[in-house]
Design a protein around this ligand. Structure first.
Ligand code: FEO
Length: 396
């Protein structure tokens, strides 16, 4: 339990050991937190809860500040189970408390818990007086679910932004001025790249709307990870940059290889990129973490996919990356492909077709090499990488 401002407490749960989210889809190397907040005004307000398995820890933290039976309002900013999982446990203490939800939230909460609590639906700009201060609501649909909503506390100037501006980051501290911000920003960009990119246009619009409200903001309190107290609008500006799809002048090579030929091609394509003065990173997808790789692709301008040809197709380990590229809808990227083969050699063409489907501009056809590349063919790979990087630089 920690006090954010007078009468406003963090009462969430810290999950030091979680390493996967959304089933096994998303890696969380630094653990995570499920941030729940308690406001002690004339009315007592709980904002979001925690994932159901951490209910006991949450109730202990909450009970350090208040008897849960005295809660008047429960704000559900978002019904995904990592934030609403302990809602049924809370509602057992206060079955008649008002559950505040967005228009879509009433549907998502009911469809998760199949219980008709005392719901109050709120819309953007609506206020509820809780004594000294008001709660004000800002719908944030598709950031990242239809029901997502921000809650703003007047007087104390705290924006409870739920998933937006969050990061999977377990910590003994709660504010950005108390921890190593480099680590926090790395987790924030990974979170954005892997979860929010399909909604970038809506993110940009929501940020404009938020700025237009001209609310004084002292703290941005997301539902995962660290809270932004020092220079809180910096993360908002970062979100604007990320939503705009501004890329670094760098390239990422992602490949897999059966006997090392495609690996050797990757190395020489990388050297060529480097000779053009462009920074590059190489990931063998059989050993790299896919979500980390997606964060690196998100930062870079160029993406080069490589696979040996097998069964007239691709190595299967490339497919999750391709699925992510199509689903996450990165913008303003350019790409190409490569791969070795024995007799048919379809993989580079298949890879550029996938890049096109993912709306990544293919700057040049892929390169393929039969069996093991010799010195001349490695030089071809080097020149291939160099020409890709030179073309990529003209795209800025
Ligand atoms: Fe952290 Fe959308 O749940």
């Amino acid at each position: 339990m920690k006090e954010l401002k007078k009468g406003v407490y963090w009462v969430g749960a810290t999950d030091w050991k979680v390493r996967h989210f959304h089933g096994y889809e998303l890696s969380t190397h630094r653990g995570s937190t499920y941030n729940s907040y308690l406001i002690m005004d004339e009315k007592i307000v709980l904002i979001d809860t925690v994932w159901e398995p951490l209910t006991d820890m949450f109730l202990e933290n909450l009970s350090e500040v208040v008897d849960p039976r005295s809660i008047d309002y429960v704000v559900v900013n978002h019904a995904e189970p990592d934030h609403s999982g302990a809602l049924p446990a809370i509602m057992k203490y206060v079955p008649n408390a008002t559950v505040i939800v967005s228009k879509k939230g009433i549907e998502t909460v009911k469809e998760h818990y199949h219980t008709d609590w005392n719901f109050k639906v709120v819309t953007t700009g609506e206020r509820i007086n809780i004594g000294k201060n008001d709660l004000m609501f800002i719908e944030a649909s598709m950031l990242h679910w239809p029901d997502s909503m921000f809650t703003y506390l007047t007087g104390e100037n705290i924006l409870f932004s739920n998933d937006a501006f969050g990061q999977h980051f377990a910590s003994s501290e709660i504010f950005n001025d108390e921890v190593d911000e480099t680590e926090v920003y790395q987790e924030a960009i990974k979170y954005y790249a892997n979860i929010l990119t399909p909604f970038s246009k809506l993110v940009a619009k929501k940020i404009d709307e938020l700025k237009a409200l001209n609310l004084p903001i002292d703290i941005i309190a997301p539902s995962h990870g660290i809270l932004w107290r020092k220079d809180p609008m910096r993360i908002v500006e970062k979100y604007s940059e990320w939503a705009a799809g501004n890329s670094q002048k760098s390239a990422v090579i992602v490949y897999n290889s059966m006997w090392g030929a495609t690996h050797n091609m990757a190395e020489f394509i990388g050297k060529g990129i480097g000779q053009a003065g462009v920074e590059y990173k190489i990931f063998n997808i059989s050993t790299a973490d896919r979500n980390d790789v997606m964060a690196e692709i998100f930062k870079a301008k160029g993406i080069i996919l490589g696979s040996s040809t097998v069964n007239n197709g691709l190595l299967t380990s490339l497919m999750p990356v391709i699925e992510d590229l199509m689903g996450l809808k990165f913008i303003n990227k350019v790409g190409t492909s490569f791969g070795s083969y024995g007799w048919s050699g379809e993989s580079p063409k298949l890879l550029t077709d996938y890049l096109t489907k993912a709306k990544i501009k293919v700057l040049q056809d892929g390169i393929k090499i039969k069996y093991m590349p010799d010195n001349k063919e490695l030089e071809d790979c080097l020149q291939f990488g160099k020409s890709f990087a030179e073309r990529m630089l003209t795209e800025f």
